[in-house]
Design a protein around this ligand. Sequence first.
Ligand SMILES: [Zn+2]
Length: 686
Amino acid sequence: MKNLWSRSKSSRTEEMDLLVYQSRLIGADSSLVVWGGGNTSIKTVRKDFRDRDTSVLLVKGSGSDLKTIDPKDFPSLRMEDVLALFDKTDMTDDDMVTYLGQCMLNPKDPRPSIETLLHAFLPYKSVIHSHADAIVSLTNTSEAKQILEDIYGSDVSIVEYIRPGFTLSKKVGLAVQNNPNVLGVVLMNHGLFTWGDDPKQAYDRHIDLVNKAENYARTKGKSKKVFTSNTNLKITPKDRKQIAAYISPTIRGLVSNNQSMVLRYDDSSDILEFVNSKEGQKLSQVGPATPDHTLQTKIKPLWVPISNSIDNQSLVKVLSDSVKRYVDEYIRWYQTNTDGNHKMLDPYPRVILVPGIGMWTTGKDYKSALIAGDIYHHTIKVLKTAESIGQYTSLSDKDAYDVEYWPMELYKLTLAPPQLELARKITMITGAANGIGKAIAERFAYEGSHLLIADVDYDGIHRLSEDLNRKYGNGRVTPVVMDVTKESDINAAFQILRTTYGGLDILVSNAGVAPVGAIDEIAISEWNRAFNVNATGHFLVSREAVRLMKQQELGGSLVFIGTRNIPAPGKDFGAYSASKAAEAQLARVLAIESAEHGIRCNIINPDAIFEGSNLWSVEVRRQRAKAHGVRIEELEQFYQKRNLLNVRITGADVAEATLFFASSRTSKTTGAMHPVDGGIRDAFPR
Ligand SMILES: [Zn+2]
């Protein structure tokens, strides 16, 4: 590991700048900390509310990430009050959090980290704490203490594993008090603390101690091959991707029994090396390395035992049996360790390992599935290093229970805001680059849904997806170029959907074209184009969606964007009206055929939406103006005036109605047709 401290970049003398610089250096290295793990602090002087100089601890606030941390993310706590706790012998997490809240110089700052007291009780200016893979690999090895002593001699203190909180902090404080010459503290099954007179010294020591661990493991473990390939497993990369895409919705269905999960598939080389090894199965079941690993990936991953020659159908059976077995074991583990105070959490795995195929991680959204995946990459690294120098050891069953059912963590869950209407959902929208499709994508993303947005307009969907991902977080929206008339495009898009999010809950079938012209004038090519997109396109996409939803066994909602023309056709618009009527009939048949699988299908009939729409080309406008006997510039006004409410219909209006049908608010409605047209008498049902 390289020491990346740059004198020129750290030339500022302000302590806060140095703290931020140091923290970001630590945060940028995923072998030190991942996703909000680790913390840093500095002890300094700040003015209190009466302008008095006050000794404070600036420590990373809860919920921030070292990689991107800013000065505002460090709450300041009055040291005099915090240090008074050192005389106590015991303290619950609750009392500690309440007490620390009272020590804050500015009560509006973020809550200080749960590991605050560890920083406070170390009597040094700058303190760094990481969960470095290299250190965890050593602490989680049989003979760990001997190894640590061989490497560090008397330079570090070693503190036995206990869950973070007051007691651990006090133990660390005492260890350093008794050994004032140590440069750091190694916490078993957890990580490393170092300190210094300034942020640079603390950083230098941190990197130095981690390097010693890395060098030891490299030298000691170089002759041992930890993962030996299971030669029975010969699946080509192409087959692997196809099998993965096929079984993803099955897995999603199996693990979403209590609540819908988002899945992420991963077949990177370290994952494949692990799942394809003879040792993987046994090692994966030993237990979690640290509290962080436990919180993100539960006590164990699910290992699905498959052989090389398995076909898709038997794979589904093996998956289903394996998930059931996992849940049974989880329940047993919970019952053995529970004190009866906490209800059992979701018993389904967060990490699923399938030999020959790869890994799925699950979460309430894409981001948490990604975090679980990242953590498991580090788990594999830790397992590999530990096994190369000895034998991997983990937290005990009881310790893992105490972390997963940590009252602090459970309390955090209760603070989470209520879930958005489409949280945990996955939606596919066709024709999403502009107009109605775009408005629906914006509304659904706002409501928490994950989106696969499809369109023939490459720039349009990429622009939209960048915009939405910036607003709602990377990975929430995935763009695919797809022509709804091409089966190959649709298959490719569904392959991406299956492996990116694991399945599908909602299809908004929206893509359409609007050829104009009287029946006796329209060319066969235009007629065919209308039917290809407006009828066959909906058929091809919904056929694939229904196949997936049936396999997933979680029900689903199909929303077809129709048109006011279905109940009330207009002249010179025959190809459009007839093809859209075919779409409506298709939707009704889907409602009939899919109901037994809990899949609903409803139709929305908007009237003329102009804003941002590609449908209303100059040619269409010219023709429709002619058909209605108005001037082209009067056309929008004409459509507005002809509805009873005299209102302009917008994409947002259609998005609202689409949300209504997509969500559980209409869980008992299928085969319905809903107008969004301001009230048009001709379109009333007769
Ligand atoms: Zn920690």
